[in-house]
Design a protein around this ligand. Sequence first.
Ligand SMILES: NC(=O)c1ccc[n+]([C@@H]2O[C@H](COP(=O)([O-])OP(=O)(O)OC[C@H]3O[C@@H](n4cnc5c(N)ncnc54)[C@H](OP(=O)(O)O)[C@@H]3O)[C@@H](O)[C@H]2O)c1
Length: 232
Amino acid sequence: MRIYITGVSQGIGKALALELLNNGATVIGIGRKNTIEHACYSFVQCDLNDLNALQKIHFEVDEDGAVLINNAGIIGPLTRVSDQDQESLLSVMTVNTLAPMLLCQQFLKQISPKKRAVIVNISSGAANRPIPSWASYCASKIAIDRFSETICLEEVEKGRNLAVYSVAPGVVDTPMQSVIRSADPEHFSSLNTFQELFKNKELTDPSEVAKKLASLLFMPFDGKVIRSVREI
Ligand SMILES: NC(=O)c1ccc[n+]([C@@H]2O[C@H](COP(=O)([O-])OP(=O)(O)OC[C@H]3O[C@@H](n4cnc5c(N)ncnc54)[C@H](OP(=O)(O)O)[C@@H]3O)[C@@H](O)[C@H]2O)c1
């Protein structure tokens, strides 16, 4: 199975790429920076802010099928929308929503409908509730949830052998969480919650999340698109 993963330089994406490589998969990383060396790994350099650059990504399939994991994401400035510039808001929606949507579209067009295909979009619990100073992030993740559900129904209508998931990974100990913990309390009212979670060692290790996400790829698809990693 050929597995394409975005955002593999650190955090959940890197842990997942390593987990899959250790299990014998062929992994193609897509992102700005490469930090993985492995015989079964290749890397396509691409800044997901550049939607035109996505067109250079060509998805290929092998006898077992192909997988696309849209993992790359940014939290954006930890300030209220009225205190941000337009560019920051656009970047969150581009990296977290538009780039994954376009990659899903390209993947579905390029992979033969006769082959097994799996799409995993990494969402967030922030899709389910408003968090002040995360407005564009919350919006970007609920959009990807609904997009995932809808493309799944569309491809069922076409009779395709496809599984689509939009997975909230929980609170995971990655560089994104350290960025969140270093926010200015004047601008981010939930700061204390995230600092307490860290202090109480309530963050999940990326390697644990990676194991669960990897197992999802090989499970029979029951039609449930939106999931929390806790359910896997
Ligand atoms: N950590 C959590 O608690 C948590 C909770 C809920 C959801 N999530 C979601 O899980 C996913 C992974 O998060 P993480 O915590 O592992 O974050 P992270 O540690 O910040 O890593 C994010 C990854 O995305 C890549 N990326 C960011 N902007 C990019 C761009 N413009 N083009 C290409 N790649 C880009 C980064 O690569 P560079 O090295 O190029 O920056 C990095 O590899 C995200 O979608 C996030 O929203 C995380």
